[in-house]
Design a protein around this ligand. Structure first.
Ligand SMILES: [Zn+2]
Length: 312
């Protein structure tokens, strides 16, 4: 709260340049020289890193480094330097929370340093082929083989490293269809991936199998696994506590109900937007990145298939 302007600027930087599109990626690469990796130590074994793109989680100890996400390729050396200040152990694993380029851009560099890249199977599937985003009218080419996760899982996997139990689980059809949530059981810290944007409206990537309904379910999975002392490393935005996550859930649930009602009435997007569906939330959630209107535009069209549980 002491430096609201700086925090807002950092949020905007972290998210506006989020590089799951080619254009954003090249912008990120142009400005990567100025990026500073900031490290927040959470326990002796855990830290959060913020640079440009999705927030990183680091688990360090005698058995090696477990890294969650790796932002953009031009930042790999800076990220490794920041980790080296925290631990002198070698990098062993990188866990990708989903396929977007601001979370996987450093994979090839990290693999070259000996990391085993791990992700939900749909991350490898999507990174292996060209991805088209209709919402942003952008195409992302297939990643090189060296950047692909070489270990994949379907619904969950557990790591036992550095005295930590690291539970990784997959909420279906949330931010994408390949999301992973990473829970450090003893430390009571959860890296949420992009199912949680703290302080800004989330992007829900329906072109990649995501849905607002699925994000809400993912948030409920987080709430089931947390308590008042849990700390959350969100995909974007500052380190969060349980209250922050509950506020996010309340906002999502309210707009989700409004969307369902409007669809029942047969309203089109333009008519729905005239009702100011995000009015009371825009000041808190609509400043740093997506406006309330853009957020509604993204989820109004995209959520119908997953909202219908009678379909498949
Ligand atoms: Zn993302």
């Amino acid at each position: 709260m002491t430096q609201p302007t700086r925090q807002a600027a950092r949020l905007a930087l972290a998210v506006c340049l989020a590089g799951w599109t080619l254009a954003a990626q090249s912008r990120a690469q142009d400005s990567s020289d100025e990026v500073i990796i900031e490290r927040t130590t959470l326990t002796d074994h855990l830290a959060m890193l913020e640079g440009q793109g999705g927030n990183l989680g680091v688990c360090a100890g005698d058995e090696g480094i477990f890294l969650i996400d790796d932002q953009y390729a031009p930042l790999s050396e800076k990220i490794l330097a920041s980790i080296a200040e925290f631990s002198d152990q070698p990098l062993r694993f990188v866990l990708n929370t989903h396929w977007h380029g601001d979370h996987t851009g450093g994979n090839e560099n990290m693999a070259a340093r000996g990391a085993v890249i791990v992700a939900q199977s749909n991350v490898r599937r999507r990174m292996s082929t060209e991805q088209v985003s209709e919402i942003w009218d952008r195409t992302t080419p297939a990643a090189s083989t060296a950047a692909l996760p070489i270990v994949t899982f379907e619904s969950e996997v557990t790591f036992h490293l550095n005295g930590q139990t690291i539970e990784v689980f997959h909420p279906p059809h949330a931010h994408t269809d390949g999301d992973a949530i990473v829970r450090f059981v003893e430390a009571n810290v959860i890296h949420t991936g992009d199912v949680f944007f703290n302080g800004l409206y989330p992007f829900v990537d329906s072109d990649s199998g995501g849905s607002l309904t699925g994000v809400l379910s993912a948030v409920d999975m987080l709430l089931e696994r947390s308590n008042a002392q849990t700390r959350f490393i969100p995909g974007h935005g500052p380190l969060a506590d349980l209250q922050d996550l509950q506020n996010y859930r309340d906002m999502l649930a309210t707009v989700s109900e409004r969307i369902a009602e409007a669809k029942q009435k047969g309203m089109d997007l333009a008519a729905f937007l005239e009702t100011n569906p995000t009015e009371e939330f825009d000041e808190k959630w609509g400043q740093a990145w997506l406006s309330g209107e853009k957020f509604m535009e993204i989820v109004y069209a995209g959520d119908a298939p997953q909202a219908d549980h009678h379909g498949h």
